[in-house]
Design a protein around this ligand. Structure first.
Ligand SMILES: [Zn+2]
Length: 395
């Protein structure tokens, strides 16, 4: 069974140190490479679908979260405030309040809607140390977040478009949803007490789910404090479920921040995360792929294997060509063992380029090489540029 904690350390993806603290993993080079590949892909996917990217600070004044409703409904998951110069600052528990203020920073008209704002940003959760482990329960979260500000009659189409993005990204990442969940409010003070508002938001989500024809389960008490959610659940090898992607309809925060637009009333906020937090996503990807990531995600995409010492200079030149073409490539020289041993040591690398006397004769450095695939198959002699194209995500 692929446990992401064991594999993540073996593959140099992440680690922790008690001096940093539990629930605060750091990303090692292989993990940082995967993470950057995901960030770049999601950024481009969002850009192609009409999102504008923003950046906002990871903390704000306590009043900001009082205004958003987090302080009243979500405080137990938040870090305690930090005092500075008579003001209290809080590490943010979500990005929504900042994005609401970004919406409010300019006058908006109905022609600006839907306004799609996205950010891959940090947020913080005061998880107790007892439940922390690996990348799945962390205190510092990098979230692929986004908010669509739209007119009420646009909300269903925006929810559906967000689900399209989720399904597109999952297919490319190799993620299979365990189930779709409609997460509703429960009893108690965790949820904003406004039955009509909840019913209205729920109706939007139900209509989209029915129209898409995908089966889903309903669960009370799993909604956000401000509104219901469609959660896309994934399961780990032990069958434990967690929420990866989510789409939410919110009629609450736009009112709290007094958002409006010229020629209309109050916009709706559709909160959505296409791939969830990078921590949870990468944990899941490690388990799904067992370290054999799709080429576009692989920490090392191409390894160059000179047959003997005589081919090392040409192989170094080929590595440089691969790197210049955008590939994450490295050399595995004969000093590390026989060709067979080096191939075994790099069995998770998607493309293994073997450089022998024939490749050196064809060009030094060569601009193509015979490519061995990690399943043992042969792809023939492939030019570096073509290999780079194979190693990019498809849109
Ligand atoms: Zn949000």
């Amino acid at each position: 069974m692929n446990d992401h904690r064991r594999l993540g350390r073996e593959l140099g993806i992440f680690d922790t140190d008690p001096l940093v603290g539990s629930g605060l993993p750091f990303w090692l080079p292989a993990g940082a490479a995967i993470r950057k590949a995901v960030e770049d892909y999601v950024h481009e996917l969002e850009r192609r679908h009409g999102y504008q990217h923003v950046n906002s600070p990871v903390l704000g004044k306590r009043e900001l979260y009082e205004r958003s409703g987090h302080w009243a409904h979500y405080a137990e998951d938040m870090f305690p405030p930090m005092l500075l110069g008579g003001e209290e600052f809080v590490l943010r528990p979500s990005l929504c309040p900042h994005h609401a203020l970004i919406y409010r920073s300019r006058q908006r008209s109905h022609r600006d809607l839907p306004l799609r704002v996205a950010e891959l940003g940090g947020m913080y959760r005061s998880e107790l140390s007892g439940v922390l482990g690996g990348l799945t329960r962390v205190r510092a979260v990098q979230l692929n977040d986004g908010h669509v500000f739209c007119a009420p009659e646009q909300a269903a189409a925006e929810v559906s478009a967000a689900l399209d993005l989720v399904e597109t990204a999952h297919a490319l990442l190799g993620v299979r949803a365990a189930r779709y969940r409609l997460s509703l409010r429960g009893d108690g003070g965790k949820f904003v007490d406004d039955a009509a508002m909840w019913a209205r938001a729920e109706a939007v989500l139900r209509a989209v789910l029915e129209e898409r024809g995908r089966p889903y389960d309903e669960e009370r008490g799993e909604g956000a404090f401000y509104g219901p959610k469609i959660d896309i659940q994934v399961a780990d090898p032990a069958g434990r479920e967690s929420t990866l992607s989510t789409v939410q309809v919110d009629f609450f925060q736009p009112g709290r921040f007094d958002l409006g637009y010229v020629g209309g009333g109050r916009p709706v906020m559709v909160h959505r995360s296409v791939v969830g937090s990078l921590e949870r996503l990468v944990a899941h990807l490690i388990e799904v792929h067992g370290g054999a990531f799709p080429a576009w995600l692989a920490p090392v995409q191409a390894v160059v294997l000179p047959v003997s010492d005589a081919e090392v200079p040409a192989a170094e030149g080929l590595v440089r060509r691969c790197v210049a073409a955008g590939l994450r490539a490295e050399l595995a020289p004969p000093a590390r063992g026989s060709l067979g041993a080096r191939i075994r040591a790099h069995r998770l690398v998607p493309y293994q380029l073997v450089v022998g006397p024939r490749e050196v004769a064809a060009g030094d450095p060569p601009d193509a090489a015979p490519v061995r695939l990690r399943d043992g198959g042969q792809a023939g002699v492939v030019p570096v540029e073509e290999l780079a194209a194979w190693s990019r995500p498809a849109f």
